[in-house]
Design a protein around this ligand. Structure first.
Ligand code: MN
Length: 205
């Protein structure tokens, strides 16, 4: 008899339509990115933890925080696919239709305090996002905000840093519309940032 398997991790629904972020991010990219790439991370993560119920029942955040305790046999698979699941789940919520949100005075003050100015923050974030295949991040580290990048599907949460903002700079995130113009994708991303969600993460950090 086939073993019954309960799906431990689930692909979250997008909170908006595939075309909601047009013209910054095209509908086709969103559809493939969410429905195929992210779905594959979830499927592969479920497969990796199939025989490890104590890991299958954790929240994805918990899995990432305790990555070093994951059994070695599945750690690489969990790092890549669990990271992919966690990062993308955050990333979808980081975005909203153009013009829907703006950074609050509180958030701007926090950015000024950490970077000197919003422009300087944006410059550092863009530099992080164009210099690596992986992810660019704004994180809360202690009382301060910091910009960094990670390779592959790695996540700053592994190092105890709280993600505030993230941008997927894998080619699959932008290639259909931007081809090799990654800098334009990064620059345009600022039009679809969901600042309300960024502030929510900051307030919990
Ligand atoms: Mn991606």
């Amino acid at each position: 008899m086939k073993k019954e398997f309960i799906m431990a991790f689930v692909l979250p629904d997008l909170l908006y339509a595939f075309d909601a972020l047009e013209p910054i991010i095209d509908a086709k990219t969103m559809e493939i990115h969410h429905g195929r790439h992210h779905a594959a991370y979830v499927a592969n993560l479920n497969k990796a933890v199939e025989n490890y119920p104590e890991w299958a029942e954790k929240s994805i955040e918990d899995v990432i925080i305790h990555l070093n305790e994951v059994p070695e046999a599945i750690r690489t698979a969990v790092r890549n696919n669990g990271g992919g699941h966690y990062n993308h789940s955050l990333f979808w919520k980081m975005m909203a239709p153009v013009g829907q949100t703006k950074p609050s005075a509180f958030l701007l003050a926090k950015i000024d305090e950490s970077f000197g100015s919003f422009d300087e923050f944006k410059k550092q974030f863009a530099a992080a996002a164009t210099s690596r295949f992986g992810w660019a991040w704004l994180v809360a580290d202690g009382g301060k905000l910091d910009v960094l990048s990670t390779a592959n599907q790695d996540c700053p949460l592994e190092d105890g840093k709280k993600p505030i903002l993230c941008l997927d700079v894998w080619e699959h995130a932008y290639y259909l519309k931007y081809q090799n113009r990654r800098a334009d994708y990064v620059d345009n991303f600022f039009h679809v940032i969901n600042w309300n969600f960024v502030e929510e993460l900051l307030s919990k950090a």
